[in-house]
Design a binder for this molecule. Structure first.
Ligand SMILES: Nc1ncnc2c1ncn2[C@@H]1O[C@H](COP(=O)(O)OP(=O)(O)OP(=O)(O)O)[C@@H](O)[C@H]1O
Length: 343
């Protein structure tokens, strides 16, 4: 089931299309990394999904139920998401009562929404976010990172099905960032919480996201799975020969299942993780390339180069270049964020 689907979701502020016909699909159980440059429209999208801003146009479905519709169509039949599935959100400044302790902040929300065993629930949440020893210290004395953790704990009161987190790592030191990331992964794996998380910290997202949405100028330019990102970012073998068309045909025949791409400069690229053993070469590199060892291990890469070079030698092809290239995840996303939005 889809946790979130948006249909032509649009928000216009004055003349600015902050979100522009955005179509996004979040599957139940995803950790969905929502990425885009500053001002791309991530926060505005999340606010509309959380019910904190109303769409100018378009629709939002949460767990198959319509929650937001543009005014011309009215919202009849639309339901408040919180009536069906519990949604927790940490978007911009968490709504922390500064004169109160972390525990009191959580308790107020827990009582307001009718949580069973509220004290125990709030103590568990404080432990989860690493604020268990803050006692009666008022939130106004918290550091930025501690406020963020309290914001996360507040979003988790009542154990949501869906968690919307806008830049949750803001102000956190590396240890706190790691703790928060691990806590989120546990919530996702152990309690099945679906998480949408916007962050500019791509290497943190890379360690947790199962799917990504890339937004540019208010529109979604790409939705990709973790596996597709790793496929695109992993090592690949680059081959240039005197006769690229013949080389492509040879490699397609000898490396069935490998992900081959003809590049604009007439070179051919083969994604290393996609290499599978060719029937004629049982000791081919793919056995190790697809094993638990990383695609960036030198051994599988070297084996792949050797294997391909043999294939091309056997087929009497003149090799001009044969090398292994690696693509950085940051480069990959920066490139995608610069991709024009589809019209
Ligand atoms: N309340 C508002 N009034 C007017 N313009 C707004 C408002 N909120 C957002 N915008 C504009 O809408 C666009 C999208 O903003 P948004 O905050 O959603 O982007 P973002 O992707 O979250 O950016 P960042 O990564 O910097 O947080 C920006 O141009 C922003 O200036």
């Amino acid at each position: 089931m889809y946790a979130i689907q948006t249909h032509d979701l649009t928000k216009i502020y004055g003349k600015k299309h902050a979100v522009d016909h955005l179509n996004m699909t979040v599957h139940e159980g995803d950790i969905y990394g929502f990425v885009g440059n500053n001002g791309a429209g991530k926060s505005t999208t999340m606010k509309m999904i959380a019910g904190l801003a109303s769409p100018t146009w378009g629709e939002i479905e949460l767990y198959g139920q319509l929650i937001g519709a543009h005014p011309a169509r009215g919202n009849a039949g639309g339901v408040n998401a919180t009536q069906t599935h519990h949604v927790g959100a940490l978007i911009e400044e968490p709504g922390v009562l500064k004169a109160h302790s972390a525990f009191d902040n959580l308790m107020m929300k827990a009582l307001a929404i009718g949580v069973i065993n509220p004290k125990e629930h709030c103590r568990d949440l404080l432990k989860l976010v690493g604020l268990a020893d803050t006692g009666s210290q008022p939130a106004k004395k918290f550091s930025l990172g501690m406020k963020q953790r309290l914001g996360l704990a507040l979003a988790l009161v009542g154990t949501p099905d869906l968690l919307l987190l806008d830049e949750p790592f803001n102000g956190m030191d590396p240890q706190a960032t790691r703790d928060m990331r691990q806590a989120l992964v546990r919530l996702n794996r152990e309690r099945g919480v679906t998480i949408v998380i916007s962050s500019h910290v791509l290497d943190q997202l890379n360690r947790m996201a199962t799917r990504y949405g890339v937004v540019r100028d208010g529109a979604l330019v790409r939705e990709i799975t973790e596996a597709q990102v790793h496929e695109s970012c992993g090592s690949s073998v680059r081959i240039k020969t005197a006769d690229p068309a013949r080389t492509l045909a040879t490699l397609e025949e000898r490396l069935p299942g490998a992900n081959l791409r003809a590049l604009p400069d007439q070179a051919i690229s083969i994604s290393l993780p996609s290499l599978v053993p060719a029937a004629s070469a049982p000791a081919a590199p793919a056995a190790s390339a697809t094993s638990s060892s990383s695609a960036t291990d030198p051994a599988p890469a070297a084996q792949a180069v050797e294997h391909i070079s043999r294939i091309l030698h056997d087929a009497d092809q003149v090799v001009l270049e044969l090398s292994v290239t690696e693509r950085d995840i940051e480069d990959y996303f920066v490139e995608l964020m610069g991709t024009p939005a589809p019209k």
